[in-house]
Design a protein around this ligand. Sequence first.
Ligand SMILES: [Zn+2]
Length: 280
Amino acid sequence: MKSTVVTFPSGLTSGRSTIAGIVPVGDRHGLVVAETPFHPLDHTWPDQPADRGTIGGLPVVDCVTGAQSNTGEVFLGADIPARRGAEGWEWLVVHVSEEPLPEGAEVELSVDPAYRAALSAGHTACHLAALALNAALAGRWRKEVRPDSLGRPDFDQAAITSSRIVPGGSVDVYRLGKSLRKKGFSAEDLDPAEVAGQVNDRLTAWVTAGAPVRLEAPGPELTARRTWHCALPEGEASIPCGGTHVSRTSELGGVEVSLAFAPEEATLTMRTTVRTAVQP
Ligand SMILES: [Zn+2]
């Protein structure tokens, strides 16, 4: 099998391809095709969930990342021992089905467009919220820290522990522990509601601006290092990203965050909601 060509970065939700191989996934069947519109769960940064839909008319019950070594062995998801996109491996989109399909068969692939749209909206909102949070917390840094693409201290990159895209939103968890303090961040008297208010004001301006969003892909394969770009009024924002997005911020209608601080765990959780996202 060769690395799967993916068409989801350009927004496609359907396609036609040939079954290139089948790998066992427990009692189920992992169908691999040459080219797919399906977005699988990433094994290294599992932020955006797998697409739903059908392959050859069969329901795709899960969609995961696979890696085939040069000895032909295929590893799935968390069991992959190689770095994402490492040389000497074939990187596969594995469509998990209860039923097999014959190798060589030509099949229709179709992604549930409403579910995809809700995830794309949630993912774009997640990136915008991260940038707006960086702006709201910029004054709390006492040391030089790597800036984001808009030139502000990148709190998101420095403190994030997990990011989950959900239909029409996202949940991001940041750690405000000792190591962040050593990097120069002060969480003293941080008022989550006040910070959320500043984030929301900026998000409203960015959504109203109707800024164009695009994904830059250096190649067509699953693990190509793609970059999210958004031409915001205050500059061109960019973030490395393997997911899917809307094409203009105004498609989001409105984006709002809430922030919750848990002192025992020293975590700050940001819940981002797209107000007009299509729910599946
Ligand atoms: Zn992303």
